[in-house]
Write a protein that binds this ligand. Sequence first.
Ligand code: 6R9
Length: 652
Amino acid sequence: MWLPCRCTSKTIVTSYARRVFKSYFCVFGRWKCDVAALMPEAVGFEGVKDCSSLQEFSVSNSASFWAAAARHRLSWIKPFHTVQDCDLSLGRIKWFEGGQLNVSVNCLDRHVDTCPERVALIWERDEPGSEIKAAPGDDMSPRKPVETAWREKGDCVTIYMPPCPLAVASMLACARIGAAHNVSSTVITVNQGVRAGKVTELKRTVDAAVKDCPSVQQVLVAMRTENPVTMTAKDMDMEEEMLKEDVVCEPEAMDSEDVLFLLYTSGSTGKPKGVVHTQAGYLLYAALTHRYVFSYQDGDVFGCVADIGWITGHSYSVYGPLANGGTTVLFESTPIYPDPGRYWEMVQRLKINQFYGAPTAIRLLLKYGDQWVQKYDRSTLKTLGSVGEPINTEAWEWYHRVVGDGRCPVVDTWWQTETGGICITPRPSDPEIVPGMAMRPFFGIKPVLMDTEGKVVTSNPASGALCLAQPWPGMARTIHNNHERFIETYCQPHPGYFFTGDGAYRSKEGYYQITGRLDDVINVSGHRIGTAEIEDVVNQCSAVAESAVIGYSHDIKGQGVYTFVVLKKDADDQEADLSQQLNNMVSKNIAKYACPDFIQFVQRLPKTRSGKIMRRVLRKVVERDLDGLGDLSTLDDPAAVQEIIQGHRKLC
Ligand code: 6R9
């Protein structure tokens, strides 16, 4: 090689080296920078350069992924020694063993030091414009009265409250002293609830329940309204108790796998299941999904409008946002109070950045027209989320085009009480989001579809029973007092997999779409309820011999409740009066949303010869798909079906 002089050669070599190194540093720097920006704790994960390779890594190196996330995202009192010890086929699920932490410290204390001024909670009260804001350092915690009311770590408390800071404070107070919330010796409630201008007698409901629950020793009553309520010997005025005590209370060191809370969810057999979530894994999963699914940035205002008694409220109004040091909205009202512009007026006033709601509300608002949305400034919105049931294309398009002005990604998030947090969802940064599809698994989630023979379907497109092939930290650990039932329900149907009970379709691109429950659980306005639960109540009526409840497709509620009732012989003449009576019973024993939309009185139900009601036949009749009645060979008395078809025609 000819070189004019040593000096020049040196220059050339140096400049060449510089260029090489520069480009190397450029690539390295960008790579490092991208991953660091995406997820700081992922820097150094082998082969990870973007979101999709991070997803692959999180599934194939699950323990490394979750260990790094747990160290980075949670504050520990004592570090864990084992990342996971799980065997799905045995129903054994343990994460971060050896570790100790306190959930309330992770949600409040650690943020008081770093950003004491940041608003943690915005209580959007029923009356628009009357919101109340609270920072983590504010004195909003009733830790002491809760502590005096029940002393033992491991005790249980039932919280029966509308969305309000005291409800959140009660949840965190339980976490602070190590008491699981729900089922209990102590109940925390309010005198009355207020929703859409109407008052509900919450305390009265508690009084009635406590009568049948000798285990309840005290009831703390906060005042949501100024109306006094009758106090019994077990009742304590919450505010009065709070004044008496010092609010500073040392956090209890909790083991990772200690119970954090129980939430009841319906099973197809009619008996609700107390789903158990534990401390570290649940909190980590709620925090990570909240951050990534919604692209939540520090300083954003997160507006999840779910009730806090639903798992959605637990994970995304309370634990996820608070663990991330965020600002979260507690919504007390309804989408149409005082008018159908409520959500969007609130978005404008509170400058909400992420809005998370249910398709049933979106479908309802869509019917009122675009003007209710367009009246308000929604320019702060960045991400729109949907949860609870499949979102139909029309509602999705409207949400995206009208509410989000076509510029906000819509994330259709699939998950369950049992999964603790979102499992399948698009991410706002994804290049492509398909309307009405949950699409992609979250970090650490590996969905599979099972065919009717219980084999994993590997081809695309495909449909099948949705299972999750490996454990993740947010999953439920057991069913309260019934681990057998946990194993039977979630682990045994497909050994080695977590069975979700939902059906799903996977497109040729590999995107998931949830098709609905595989069993007899129906979903009314986002509330999941077992048909058997409603039947249990209907059957309590003295005139009723038996009943069968079927969900049917409903424009606004997602699913409606269709009830077949067989009356006792001597009660045949009471049909007219009974409809109202049955509605009242369901409303009182379950909830208003569970009330039948249709009650059809029939002479008998179609049954197999072994005595089982043939629900699929009833479903087909209600869907008016008489050609699809299917195999009736096991039917005991075919005339029963004809009677039902005729009765249905008369009713609808
Ligand atoms: C979070 C929650 C769980 C059931 C679940 C499924 C249905 C939830 C969905 C969805 C289609 C979605 N579901 N999200 N179906 N698309 N994005 O709803 O928990 O009350 O336990 O209900 O709700 O059927 O299995 P939960």
